[in-house]
Design a binder for this molecule. Structure first.
Ligand code: ATP
Ligand code: MG
Length: 451
């Protein structure tokens, strides 16, 4: 049950309880009031009747005066007066005022009020009539209570309705921040820690919101440094593997090659002189050839996951998956020529895209990044655009410096700046195609270990 429903139910219960208690006390008070009212009316009425009967003694037309007495009590609310004949039967009775809209019968029965009655004898010189009967009737008094009850219930209904509406509205308004908080927590649970809430609403909830904002800010920082460490780790790993591969290739490869050559030369010069030495030399050459094949396998493993091994498109795709799995709100679009640019430039292009995307996420709070590698007859262009906060200073760290150095080492030009239109940053590198084609033979390939 929601808090709002709980409060409304509580208020309804309190109202119902108050109604029951109120009804019981009013019933008790009303019963007493009816009794008192009727008794007072009866005392007064009895006295009036007695006076009127006494006055009959001097009346010139006593029979007519009898009717006059009855008429005197006509349209009374609490008293009925009747003339009784000699046998005690009612002959004429005063008319009691009757309500236009009577209460239900059960309500009259609820108040079992004892009726008071007395007889006032008529003077003996009036024949055919024995006495006046005066008696109380509670119906009009009960009717009055019924009307009061209706009015009270109407008022209670209006007040209760207003109270409930007020509670419904106030609780809804005051708890709105709680709904926002719960939605924000679901977002944070999906690892989006960029979410923050306005600190508004009731004081208690403002405090909770403040703690929530602090918590997501801390989580965002922790997430950012974790991501940065992951990126750095993978970069260091890549570099170490590449270096190891280079060392194996450049240092061990030629050594083995020269040992192989020497063994072959010794084998030729010995000829058939010593079968045993020839046999041992053949074994050495076999061992060298086996070592070279093993090194090729090791190089292949070391280069697994690198641009050289997988190709530019695949590693950039891997980079996109790396970031979008960590930042679901981030969109990265790429356009890479099929098969990459060339073996020399692909690793550099990859490093530019990698560092630019990393910078955009870390510094720019970006939601969308577009990386495009394009070729024409003269140039290779790399352009990475983001829609983040843009550069705040001209400071260049290792990232920008490294990119620039790599690009310049290939006779390219490098620039980084804020976008002219819209917000965000543009990183751009251009390489003259001619130079690259001339240099591409220098590229190191895993399969080119000297053999
Ligand atoms: N896409 C970007 N959006 C906003 N600011 C950026 C962006 N790229 C770079 N910057 C700003 O330029 C600065 C230098 O970036 P650079 O990559 O050289 O260093 P770094 O990212 O701070 O550290 P690292 O050496 O780990 O790369 C950053 O600290 C940042 O302030
Ligand atoms: Mg950087």
């Amino acid at each position: 049950m929601s808090l709002r429903q709980r409060l409304l139910l509580d208020v309804a219960l309190v109202l119902a309880f108050s109604l029951v208690v109120g009804a019981l006390t009013s019933y008790w008070n009303s019963a007493k009031k009816i009794q008192t009212e009727l008794h007072s009316a009866f005392v007064v009425g009895e006295q009036v009747l007695k006076d009127a009967v006494n006055a009959l003694n001097g009346s010139p037309d006593p029979y007519r005066s009898l009717i006059g007495i009855i008429e005197q009590f006509n349209d009374g609310r609490h008293l009925k007066v009747s003339i009784l004949d000699d046998s005690g039967q009612r002959v004429v009775q005063s008319h009691l005022e009757m309500p236009d809209d009577p209460a239900p019968e059960w309500f009259y029965k609820l108040f079992e009020v004892r009726s008071e009655a007395t007889r006032v004898p008529v003077p003996p010189f009036i024949h055919g009539y024995s006495a006046f009967l005066i008696e109380t009737d509670a119906r009009n008094e009960i009717q009055e209570i019924w009307d009061d009850l209706g009015n009270s219930l109407f008022l209670i209904g209006i007040v209760g309705g207003l109270v409930c509406a007020l509670i419904y509205w106030t609780v809804g308004r005051e708890l709105k921040p709680l709904e926002r908080l719960s939605r924000a927590m679901s977002v944070a649970a999906e690892r989006d820690f960029t979410i923050r809430l306005d600190e508004k609403g009731p004081r208690d909830l403002r405090a909770v919101t403040r703690v929530f904002n602090h918590m997501t800010a801390q989580l965002e920082k922790a997430e950012a440094s974790k991501t940065m460490l992951e990126v750095q780790l993978s970069m260091v790993q890549d570099e170490e593997r590449a270096e190891l591969a280079r060392d194996l290739h450049d240092e061990i490869g030629p050594l083995l090659f020269s040992v192989g050559l020497d063994a072959a030369a010794v084998r030729t010069s010995i000829g058939d002189k010593s079968a045993d030495i020839s046999h041992r030399l053949d074994s050495i050459r076999e061992a060298i050839s086996l070592s070279q094949r093993r090194i090729l396998q090791i190089l292949g493993r070391l280069r697994t996951g690198t641009v050289e091994d997988l190709g530019l498109e695949a590693v950039v795709q891997g980079l996109v998956e790396f970031w979008t799995s960590r930042k679901p709100a981030l969109t990265i679009t790429t356009s890479i020529p099929e098969g990459g640019v060339n073996a020399e430039l692909d690793p550099i292009i990859y490093r530019i895209v990698q560092e630019s995307v990393s910078n955009a996420v870390r510094h720019g709070n970006t939601t969308s990044i577009d990386a495009v590698v394009s070729l024409d007859d003269e140039m290779v262009r790399v352009r990475v655009i983001d829609d983040g906060g843009g550069l705040k200073s001209r400071r260049a760290g290792h990232g920008l410096t490294g990119m620039r150095e790599r690009v310049v080492s290939r006779r390219g030009t490098f620039s980084v700046g804020n976008r002219a239109e819209g917000k965000g940053t543009v990183v751009e590198a251009q390489f003259p195609k001619q130079d690259l084609q001339n240099n591409s033979q220098k590229t190191l390939r895993a399969g080119s270990v000297a053999s």
